[in-house]
Design a protein around this ligand. Structure first.
Ligand code: PEP
Ligand code: MN
Length: 337
């Protein structure tokens, strides 16, 4: 439930409500707005609590949150959240473009890609150093060497980066280097991992699980938020369906659905969503038209030789063309790039 405090509620009154809630065994999350403070109250329902809370000095009204996800819900916070990563704002009027290869393969590959995608209009770089591959025989990533390359590129080229963390034990290591932590589709319900990233102060890019419902996805976000990390950005990356002509089925309806249910920003990843280079531009435009707050696009200097996800990666020319097509679509829906 949510306790909405009176505009004039004092610090002492807020403290008192917090203390009582804690005595009753609830977790509390304060959201201090310009006018009023709203307290998110987390815990199982208890008889008589609503009435007691409403009678407390400084309190205005108590609203039960009906959704199973609480902190992620629009009921808890109606205005859309903006997540900042350095100068990049997710959930603002600007469509955020994150681009880069599936995996960090070499210093040269990352420098070349970073310079190019930045010039073309991307505001963040991506690249996996720890790769969660379906096959144990496939390239698993350069691990810490990959993180060092990403950090060098950030310093030289001036572009923040997001990279995946696959193991709760490596969260601190990845967080030492990365500007944003990615939780991949395969780990969306790795609750230990979600709690660990929730304890960091790094923004998190949470991808939708391969077969996750929207509710399960928002419950995964709730795990991160409930640990005190409110900087969560969601990413629709396609779900498993009976269709085999594409790698996954990019669920564009998830974008406005999420925005109705949650205040968190939501991106689309048409690269993993389709698995096909020739589909990436169309689905990028469609995602922006559907209201996506940004795009995650795999770009490689030479997709043919990529160590992972080559068939869905764009080369530099294709990426430039895509960016030039996104602007008019963004403008048509009241956004810009
Ligand atoms: C990736 O972003 O490279 C990746 C592995 O994505 P997903 O977890 O969506 O498959
Ligand atoms: Mn990939």
């Amino acid at each position: 439930m949510i306790v909405v405090m009176n505009p004039g509620a004092t610090e002492a009154q807020l403290e008192h409500v917090k203390k009582r809630l804690e005595e009753w065994g609830f977790g509390t999350h304060f959201s201090k707005g310009v006018e009023r403070t709203v307290i998110g109250v987390i815990g199982p329902k208890k008889a008589g609590i609503l009435e007691s809370l409403e009678a407390m000095a400084g309190g205005d009204k108590v609203i039960p949150v009906l959704q199973p996800f609480k902190l992620a819900s629009r009921e808890f916070k109606n205005e859309r959240t903006q997540v900042k990563v350095e100068d990049v704002v997710f959930g603002g009027s600007k469509i955020v473009i994150i681009a880069g290869p599936c995996a960090v393969e070499s210093e040269e590959q990352m420098f070349e890609t970073a310079r190019m995608v930045k010039k073309a209009g991307a505001s963040m770089l991506r690249g996996g150093a720890f790769k969660p591959r379906t096959s144990p025989y496939a390239f698993q990533g350069l691990e810490e060497t990959g993180l060092r390359i990403l950090a060098d590129v950030r310093r030289e080229v001036g572009i923040p980066f997001v990279t995946e963390v696959v193991n709760p034990r490596e969260v601190d290591l990845v967080a030492q280097y990365a500007d944003m932590l990615q939780i991949g589709a395969r780990n969306m319900q790795n609750f230990t991992l979600l709690k660990e990233v929730g304890k960091t102060d790094k923004p998190v890019l949470l991808k939708r699980g391969l077969a996750a419902t929207i509710e399960e996805w928002l419950m995964a976000a709730e795990y991160i938020l409930s640990e005190g990390n409110y900087r969560v950005v969601l990413c629709e990356r396609g779900i498993r369906t009976y269709e085999t002509s594409t790698r996954n089925t990019l669920d564009l309806s998830a974008i406005p659905s999420i925005q109705r249910l949650s205040h968190l920003p939501v991106l689309a990843d048409p690269s993993h969503g389709t698995g096909k280079r020739y589909l990436v531009a169309s689905l990028s435009k469609a995602a922006v038209a559907a209201g996506a707050d940004g795009l995650l696009i795999e770009v490689h200097p030479n997709p043919e030789t990529a160590l992972s996800d080559g068939p869905q990666s764009l080369n530099f020319t294709e990426f430039e063309t895509l960016i030039s097509q996104i602007g008019p679509v963004a403008n048509a829906v009241g956004r810009e790039i």
